[in-house]
Every structure is written in structure tokens, then in C-alpha cells.
Design a protein around this ligand. Structure first.
Ligand SMILES: O=C(COP(=O)(O)O)[C@H](O)[C@H](O)COP(=O)(O)O
Length: 326
């Protein structure tokens, strides 16, 4: 006999789909959306028993978890909300889930604000930052520096293949920050004009390695060679607890269609060549070793990458497990 699958609210499925298709993207936004989805699942649950309610929440968490593998903010968010579920009745469980998700989301927002203030201290009046991809944590540092009356300029890397750099450029321009947009290949040339490389993170490993958008590691190597400090803005929700026990972070591989446009060869070969049989690799993230990072800026202060494990132990203890096994 096939057992009934717990009911997962349509809105959870929609959120999972939005994360998988990158309608919702960026580690902080993904964590926030996952917590919100669990709250909605709780609100809409028609579970008749506490056990059925818990099963539904676990099923919803699993569905959200299976969308994208690299940003640890996702399992960290799910684990946080599920750990906050308490009570004897469905009504109590519902209420505590919603409260837990709300606390998580408020903390996330406040952490980003505090992190911004910490990061802004590293930026001097007149500094130029070079950015990669689009990170709300990194932008929070610029915003706080602007709020403190500093003039900041930006060199924004386009960030192939999905060009999230354009989102960064748009936000910075809204704040009246002078922006120079460059293609990724021009980064080394323009590093001489930058005072900082400023990026976010999807996950931070226990040894201080930074997992972020593909291209971050090459940028960091070039920055080190040019003497430009690399600053990683990452709320503590980006700390990957499993790496304390030796797990590695899975790097998401995305579809080749992001790399190959339909017109790729039409433009350069008169349209008579197709992409059939061409091998394409499209990793979405890479790993920057700690020796190429100067500081990890969190809401709890800034840390040399090698000492981040201390904070990780303090916040997460030594053990984790799957988010729905809490
Ligand atoms: O690599 C990306 C986004 O990748 P993608 O576009 O593939 O999701 C961002 O730098 C981090 O997620 C941090 O973002 P934030 O600081 O907003 O959490």
C-alpha cells in the first residue's frame, strides 16, 4: 500500500519553483523565502493531528531544500524554523511555527543592517569597490557607508552567465553611486582602480573558504596579486555547520542553456552550425581559499577567515543533521 504523502501547500511548491528557477535568488533572499513558505504552510495546514501537522512541515522543508544545493542559508533557515515548533495541539504548533519564521525573518533583516555597519567601517570616504554578482549583504556595507556620509564608487563585474551584476549596478545607481560596468574578463585590468573587492557568500566553510558565485576565486587571486583587499560580507546564516565535521559544500551545476544562447553560432558561422554534441559545464559557484580573503564581515563583527570556525561552533554547536530531522 502506498502511504499518503503529507499535503504541501501550493504556495510552498510555488516558492520552491521560484528558488529553483532563480526568480528568487541570492542566499539571504532564499533563506527568507523558505522561512516565509514554512509559515504559510503552517497557516494553511488542515492537519487533523499534531503528528500530521509535523509531517506536513517536514515535507514542505524537504521540498524547499531540494531546490538549490549551495547556499547554506536555505537549510539553516529551515532548521531554525522547524526547531522553533512547539506545542501539544495543532493550534499551538501552528502558532509557534509562524512565530519562529517571523523571528527568523526579522533577525535576518537586522543582521544585514548590523553587518552593513561593520562592513562600512572598512570603507573610507572616496573608496572604489569592485563587486561580483549581486549580494544584498555586500550592498548593505555600501549603503551603510553612504548613510555615514562617505562617497563610494563602484566597478561592477557583469557576472556571466546570468549577469546578476546588472542588478547590483541598478541598485547602486538608485543610491547615486557612480558605477562603471565591466565584463568579467576586464576585472584584472580595473583592479588597479579599486580599493576593495567586495563580495557576498552562499556558504562559508569551517576553514574560512568562501563559496560564492563562480568567478569569485579568480577575482580574489588577481586582487591578492594586485594588493587589493578582499572583503566578504556574509551574515552568520551563511556559515555552513556541516563543514565542521568535514563535509564539503556541493557546487550547483546549472543548465547549459545559460551558457549557450540559441543564436551563438548563428551570429558567427552564418547560422549553419548547431550546438549539438558540444560539451558545456556551467558551475554556479566556486571556492575561494581563506588565504585569498582578508576579512569576513558578519553581524557579529569582522573575522580573519581562519578564525570563523570559532563563531561557527558558538552558533551551531558541533552537530547538525538534515533540517527536517530536528
Ligand atoms: O552568489 C550569489 C548569488 O548567486 P545566485 O544569483 O546564483 O543565487 C551571491 O553573492 C550570494 O548568494 C550572496 O547574496 P546575499 O548577500 O544577497 O545573500
Amino acid at each position: 500500500m502506498v502511504e499518503d504523502q503529507p499535503d504541501v501547500a501550493a504556495v510552498v511548491e510555488a516558492t520552491a519553483d521560484d528558488i529553483a528557477t532563480m526568480e528568487i535568488r541570492g542566499a539571504a533572499a532564499i533563506g527568507d523565502a523558505a522561512a516565509e513558505a514554512l509559515a504559510t504552510q503552517a497557516e494553511r495546514s488542515e492537519a487533523a493531528t499534531p503528528a500530521a501537522f509535523r509531517d506536513q512541515l517536514r515535507a514542505a522543508a524537504r521540498e524547499l531544500y531540494e531546490t538549490r544545493p549551495t547556499a547554506v542559508s536555505l537549510p539553516n533557515a529551515l532548521r531554525y524554523v522547524l526547531r522553533g515548533i512547539e506545542g501539544e495541539t495543532v493550534a499551538e504548533l501552528r502558532e509557534s511555527t509562524i512565530a519562529s519564521a517571523e523571528t527568523f525573518r526579522t533577525d535576518l533583516e537586522q543582521a544585514q543592517e548590523r553587518l552593513g555597519e561593520v562592513g562600512a567601517n572598512r570603507l573610507r570616504d572616496g573608496d572604489v569597490v569592485m563587486t561580483h554578482c549581486h549580494s544584498t549583504d555586500a550592498l548593505a556595507c555600501v549603503e551603510a557607508a553612504l548613510d555615514a556620509g562617505k562617497h563610494v564608487e563602484a566597478i561592477v563585474k557583469e557576472t556571466r552567465p546570468r549577469k546578476q551584476g546588472h542588478i547590483t549596478a541598478e541598485q547602486l545607481r538608485e543610491w547615486d553611486v557612480p558605477v562603471t560596468l565591466i565584463v568579467d574578463n576586464a576585472a584584472r585590468r580595473y583592479l588597479d582602480d579599486a580599493d576593495h573587492v567586495l563580495v557576498g557568500a552562499d556558504s562559508i566553510a569551517a576553514d574560512g573558504s568562501v563559496i560564492n558565485k563562480i568567478g569569485t576565486s579568480g577575482l580574489a587571486v588577481n586582487a591578492r596579486e594586485r594588493g587589493v583587499p578582499v572583503m566578504v560580507a556574509a551574515q552568520t546564516i551563511k556559515l555552513h555547520p556541516d563543514t565542521m565535521t568535514g563535509h564539503t559544500v556541493e557546487i550547483e551545476m546549472r543548465d547549459e542553456s545559460e551558457v549557450l544562447s540559441e543564436t551563438k553560432y548563428a551570429d558567427i558561422a552564418g547560422g549553419d552550425r548547431t550546438d549539438d554534441g558540444l560539451a558545456v559545464e556551467n558551475p554556479a559557484f566556486d571556492v575561494t581559499p581563506p588565504r585569498h580573503v582578508d576579512a569576513i564581515v558578519t553581524e557579529r563583527g569582522q573575522f580573519p577567515p581562519e578564525s570563523i570556525v570559532t563563531l561557527m561552533r558558538e552558533l551551531f554547536g558541533e552537530t547538525t543533521g538534515e533540517p527536517w530531522e530536528v
